[in-house]
Design a protein around this ligand. Structure first.
Ligand code: NAI
Length: 307
């Protein structure tokens, strides 16, 4: 079954360059009408112009697709609201939101200015919050929506010099976890994409051209399109790069119950191996599940009847 987006409207933020551009082009090739959003700034977020977005729109129109350029700064809620209004005015709906816009301000934490931490959080986390909030009510009313947060292996696993970026990227996973619970009954599916690709963001970090040649943005876009398709999964963290695809998940081990007299830091340290034993580890869909599991273990050990 081929994945098509005919009749659907997509907003892709940061679509003037790199991955966002590749996502926007392929969505349009497969029938979506696309808002190509880009502030048009430098990699560190400075400056701005609509040219990059306009060039992508011209490319889309060149193969007969439909697109509009938009220069909203995703950190500015009023500009983001106006972007969504423009899409609705032109096409009547928004089916897909790809939160992709991003910047880097890398430095070791010791040398990082608080303002560089804040700005990176603002663009990645609040930018995604702003765009998601601006389409949320619309998607609830439509009873349909597909939203992707662009996370990163730097957030999931850490990366030297990227405490700001990693914190923001992992925050997006937390955002997804709750929006999944709140959006499910309205037909809204939320997923995270963890890409790795040759763009201006990575070109000087990975200097080997042979490696970069394998890391095409288009290979990542295949994963992104799967996450916004009608048949998309929900609450999935898809790693995608150089043609490989993997699923990242947060799991919790079964854990151990310690009797009241053993509820001490010494006993916890002594039991770390058993606590982290992965044999029966599971994904938990909602924070309360952890509380229920712990309370049930205690009740069983202490022979307490629960209702
Ligand atoms: P890129 O620098 O080529 O593209 C990012 C785009 O976002 C730029 O066109 C920029 O103008 C735009 N942008 C930045 N701030 C904006 C704002 N406030 N409002 C609107 N647009 C804004 O970078 P790339 O590599 O394509 O990154 C896309 C996303 O993928 C980012 O969220 C990035 O963090 C993420 N990512 C990329 C990886 C890679 O290997 N390239 C690895 C992991 C995550």
């Amino acid at each position: 079954m081929s994945v098509r987006f005919d009749g659907q409207v997509a907003i892709v933020t940061g679509a003037g360059n790199g991955l966002g551009k590749s996502h926007a082009l392929e969505l349009a090739r497969r029938g979506a009408r696309v808002v190509v959003n880009d502030l048009g700034g430098a990699r560190d977020g400075s400056g701005g112009s609509l040219t990059a977005a306009q060039q992508v729109v011209a490319e889309i129109e060149g193969f007969g697709g439909e697109a509009i350029a938009n220069g909203a700064n995703v950190t500015d809620y009023a500009e983001v609201e106006a972007m969504v209004e423009a899409a609705v005015e032109k096409w009547g709906r928004v089916d897909i939101l790809v939160n992709n816009a991003g910047i880097l301000r890398d430095k070791s934490f010791a040398k990082m200015e608080i303002d560089d931490f804040r700005l990176v959080m603002e663009v990645h986390l609040m930018g995604s919050v702003n765009c998601t909030k601006a389409v949320w009510e619309l998607m609830r009313k439509q009873n349909y929506g597909r939203i992707v947060m662009t996370t990163s292996s730097s957030g999931l696993y850490g990366n030297f010099g990227q405490s700001n970026y990693g914190a923001a990227k992992m925050a997006l996973v937390g955002l997804m976890n709750t929006l999944y619970l709140e959006g499910e009954k309205y037909g809204i599916k939320i997923n995270c994409l963890s890409p790795t690709a040759r763009t201006r963001m990575t070109e000087d970090i990975i200097p080997d051209p042979k490696v970069l040649d394998l890391m095409t943005p288009e290979s990542v876009t295949a994963g992104l399109l799967a996450l916004v398709a009608e048949a998309a999964p929900n609450r999935y963290i898809l790693g995608a790069g150089a043609g490989s695809f993997a699923c990242a998940r947060i799991v919790e081990t079964e854990g151990v119950y310690l009797a009241p007299e053993q509820q001490t830091p010494e006993a916890v340290l002594a039991d770390l191996d058993t606590i982290s034993d992965g044999d029966q580890q599971k994904e938990l869909f909602g924070g309360l599940n952890q509380t229920v599991k712990f309370v049930q273990k205690a009740a069983k050990a202490l022979d307490v009847e629960l209702d």
